[in-house]
Design a binder for this molecule. Structure first.
Ligand SMILES: [Zn+2]
Length: 309
């Protein structure tokens, strides 16, 4: 829904919109001098196949059933919100977005069945790192309990269709999380070598990775991840970077201005687990440091080390 709405705003179709964005990510990896063994998109056949297979499997095992849902939906989070989560009637993560009341016949995943097992998993220290992020998940389950999860959407043009009921598309998080194993070619291929994996994620998607994803895997009789490493946000002046809130910086512009190593150094220098603040002024300072290691075309350092002291 987020992609559909963003594309509409720009007046282009969704496919072109996501294609353009995917190219930007590939470009950014190259510019940042990052290496990756694979690049997968959730529009690829190899991914769609696995998502539909998992959905089918869960339906046959009666882990997914048809029910009825009404709730408040945040298009920014792409998730239903409870009244308690809202601040002044708005999503605390996306205060600029209008929330929608969505009421529809839907498919549900029996998440409630896995409450005990997930709590057991969360007792293991290494399952979610750092400690406070692990405890956050335990506290939320103990407070709210696990309710069955709505896993389908009606009248949505973008997404992977429910294989046995084409009026519906599969909920974005089932689709997105399955990407970890579709990229590995589950149930064969690299899956056998690399699964279970370690996930490195942002704190806003901890719940989906530490609670929902392991439940889906348990229901599918697939091993749960080894560990989920949760990092903080990089903010600007204490505010969250957000595409939907229009608060963003362009890393490509920064690389053009200061160079790859300067941006890499400044990002590595920020604290990993806690939230941190990004400022371009840091880049100006680091640019001087990295200049020591850069060479001019004649092979001489750009600036003398002595001039920095
Ligand atoms: Zn939200």
């Amino acid at each position: 829904m987020k992609n559909v709405e963003a594309a509409k705003k720009e007046g282009i179709n969704v496919k072109d919109f996501v294609e353009r964005n995917a190219k930007l990510f590939i470009k950014l990896c190259k510019l940042l001098n990052l290496s990756n063994t694979d690049f997968i998109r959730t529009t690829e056949e190899r991914h769609k196949r696995v998502v539909q297979k998992i959905f089918n499997l869960l339906y046959k095992k009666n882990e997914i059933y048809k029910g009825y849902y009404e709730g408040i939906y945040c298009p920014g989070c792409e998730a239903f919100k409870t009244e308690k989560e809202l601040v002044n009637g708005r999503c605390p993560e996306h205060p600029n977005l209008e929330l929608k009341v969505v009421k529809e016949e839907s498919y549900f995943f029996r998440l409630s069945k896995y409450e005990k097992k997930i709590l057991e998993l969360l007792k293991k220290k290494e399952f979610v790192v750092p400690e406070d992020k692990r405890k956050e998940m335990i506290n939320r389950i103990e407070k709210e309990g696990l309710k069955d999860l709505c896993v389908s959407r009606k009248n949505v043009e973008w997404g992977i269709k429910v294989p046995f009921d084409k009026k519906y598309v599969i909920y974005v998080w089932i689709d997105a999380l399955t990407n970890y194993i579709s990229a590995l070619g589950w149930p064969k291929g690299k899956f056998k070598k690399y699964w279970p994996a370690v996930h490195v994620i942002g704190k806003d998607i901890n719940w989906f990775h530490s609670v929902i994803w392991p439940s889906i895997l348990l229901a599918s009789r697939i091993k749960v991840p080894k560990s989920i490493i949760v990092h903080g946000f990089i903010n600007i002046k204490g505010r969250k970077l957000s595409k939907s809130a229009g608060l963003a910086i362009d890393p490509i512009e920064l690389i053009e201005k200061y160079g790859t190593d300067t941006l890499r150094f400044s990002l590595l220098h920020l604290p990993f687990y806690q939230d941190s603040d990004f400022s371009e002024e840091d880049l100006v300072r680091y640019n001087i440091v990295t200049a020591m290691f850069r060479k001019t075309s004649s092979g001489k350092p750009m600036i003398k080390k002595s001039s920095i002291n």
